[in-house]
Design a protein around this ligand. Structure first.
Ligand SMILES: NC(=O)c1ccc[n+]([C@@H]2O[C@H](COP(=O)([O-])OP(=O)(O)OC[C@H]3O[C@@H](n4cnc5c(N)ncnc54)[C@H](OP(=O)(O)O)[C@@H]3O)[C@@H](O)[C@H]2O)c1
Length: 286
């Protein structure tokens, strides 16, 4: 990564997304901070610019729970930038109680998986044109208890926060492996990772404050955001991973993910389902 590199970090205003943006801004690269809130994004942008001394850090607003918002983001990004060297799909939501995206899908599957599926597919052309380029998906060890509920992927029945989160994180990994295969020979790599347990805003309800107390209690045992972002930053910047693709990393090393995550049939099924649910073909023809 150098001063000519262009990077997108999703969920860049908080936790590991903010720590990743800060570290990459310090390399001198152009960092596009994708945030859903203009207000929270602006605060984070000012902090990154101030502390990194890098003026080519930009905020772009996008709600990954809205396919229209993602399509608008991609069109605007392609107008402003001619290249994309690293796409970091980091944003994530964990939320008790079943909620839906603007497109009517269960929120955790919709944002954590479908939002990034659409974003990535809409940016593939520019990534391939910028090769060698990298896609990094922030997954989670929680995928191990996950199952893709193909008959009710929106969990309209039997919703629990963990069932939804683990399904979405397993989808992140199946997506990564399938993507790596599809991108073979293009010079674009796709890897995913588990950051470990990290004290961030994850799981805290902004309106009610629910979760704050638990996070405070666990903080001494958890990593800081900067520590948690280390594997993401490694995958974005290190020459050690030149050409490495289709792997799941933990603590900067490739490790095995769950048996289910290597199931080719599930990977194909979820790819096809995600294409239908996002209408990616239609968006790609815009
Ligand atoms: N923390 C952990 O222990 C842990 C463990 C394993 C994996 N992870 C993964 O690490 C990643 C980063 O999470 P974090 O722990 O750093 O949590 P965080 O501090 O809560 O950050 C999550 C980011 O995602 C953004 N986001 C949520 N919904 C969005 C949407 N609809 N559109 C665009 N952005 C959206 C949030 O924006 P707002 O601030 O506006 O809500 C925030 O910037 C996630 O993918 C998570 O699943 C975390």
């Amino acid at each position: 990564m150098d001063r000519n590199s262009v990077v997108i970090v999703t969920g860049a205003n908080s936790g590991m997304g903010l720590a990743t943006s800060m570290a990459l801004a310090r390399t001198g690269a152009t960092v596009v901070m994708l945030c859903r809130s203009e207000k929270r994004g602006k605060l984070a942008l000012d902090e990154v610019k101030r502390e990194s001394g890098n003026d080519s850090v930009m905020l772009m607003v996008c709600d990954l729970g809205s396919h229209k918002s993602i399509a608008d983001f991609c069109l605007e990004f392609k107008k402003r930038y001619q290249r994309l060297d690293v796409l970091i799909n980091n944003a994530g939501v964990v939320i008790p109680g079943r909620h839906q995206t603007l497109d009517g899908y269960e929120l955790q599957f919709g944002v954590n998986h479908l939002g990034h599926f659409l974003l990535t597919n809409m940016l593939l052309e520019v990534l391939i044109a910028s090769a060698p380029a990298r896609i990094i998906n922030v997954a989670s060890g929680a995928h191990k208890i996950g199952k893709i509920h193909f008959k009710d992927v929106n969990l309209s029945e039997n919703y629990t926060v963990w069932r939804a989160y683990a399904q979405a994180k397993l989808a992140n990994i199946l997506f990564t492996y399938q993507l790596a295969e599809k991108l073979e020979g293009t010079g674009v790599t796709a890897n995913c990772l588990h950051p470990g347990a990290v004290a961030t805003n994850m799981g805290i309800n902004r309106k009610t404050g629910f979760g704050t107390y638990i996070t405070k209690l666990l903080k001494p045992f958890f990593q800081t955001s900067a520590e948690g972002a280390a594997t993401t930053i490694y995958l974005a910047t290190s020459n050690d991973v030149n050409g490495v693709t289709g792997k799941y990393f933990y603590k900067k090393r490739p490790i095995d993910s769950s048996k289910k995550s290597y199931d080719k049939n599930s990977a194909k099924k979820i790819w096809d389902l995600s294409e239908d649910m996002t209408g990616v073909q239609r968006f790609n023809n815009i």
